[in-house]
Design a protein around this ligand. Structure first.
Ligand code: HEC
Length: 159
């Protein structure tokens, strides 16, 4: 029922090495590194916990939590068609997560994790909407559960 994602990155630090949805840990080492990276950045950037746990209740829904409560209000002033980062829209799952297999699988999700939790550079300090704790937690929980689509990709509409 839940997916297992092996994420890897080409360069830099190997960040989230594995996300185990029904397990207890997700890339503990990676998150420790993320915590270190966060510390040298903005004052209001709080490092994520060393161990991420997918909530008992399950992943936040992409369609009803992540998109409307995080990406729309916080990111899409810039990451949407016609905006400054229109080349990297955060307006639907496929834009964000990309292909589900092959070399670029999850690349955008990895980029989001890096920018938000490792580099703490997104949202930028000049963003019109700051990132509040609830929004950040939704995003973190979503990653902890393997950044699933909703409805699941398996039930999606063709490739
Ligand atoms: C005020 C405008 C603004 C907001 C709000 C904003 N971004 Fe960005 N984002 C940018 C710009 C400009 C770049 C490209 C330059 C850079 O990397 O700093 C960028 C780059 C990125 C990248 C790397 C490029 C890519 O897509 O692969 C990611 C990932 C990203 N942003 C995620 C987010 C997320 C997630 C949020 C919301 C939590 C967010 N951004 C909010 C302006 C914004």
């Amino acid at each position: 029922m839940r997916r297992f994602y092996a994420w890897s990155r080409s360069a830099d630090a190997p960040i989230v090495a594995a996300v185990v949805c029904n397990g207890r840990t997700i890339g503990a080492l990676a998150l420790a590194m993320a915590a270190l990276a966060c510390r040298k950045s903005g004052a209001d950037c709080i490092p994520p916990p060393a161990v991420l746990t997918c909530p008992e209740a399950g992943s936040p829904s992409f369609a009803t939590d992540v998109l409307p409560k995080v990406f729309y209000p916080v990111c899409d002033d810039c990451h949407a068609p016609g905006k400054v980062e229109s080349g990297h829209p955060l307006t639907d799952y496929q834009e964000i997560y990309g292909p589900t297999s092959g070399p670029s699988a999850a690349s955008e999700a990895n980029a989001i994790f890096t920018q938000v939790f490792e580099n703490c550079s997104m949202p930028p300090s000049n963003a019109p909407m700051p990132f509040d704790d609830d929004e950040r937690q939704i995003l973190l929980d979503w990653f902890a559960c393997g950044a699933p689509d909703s409805p699941p990709l398996d039930a999606g509409s063709g490739d």
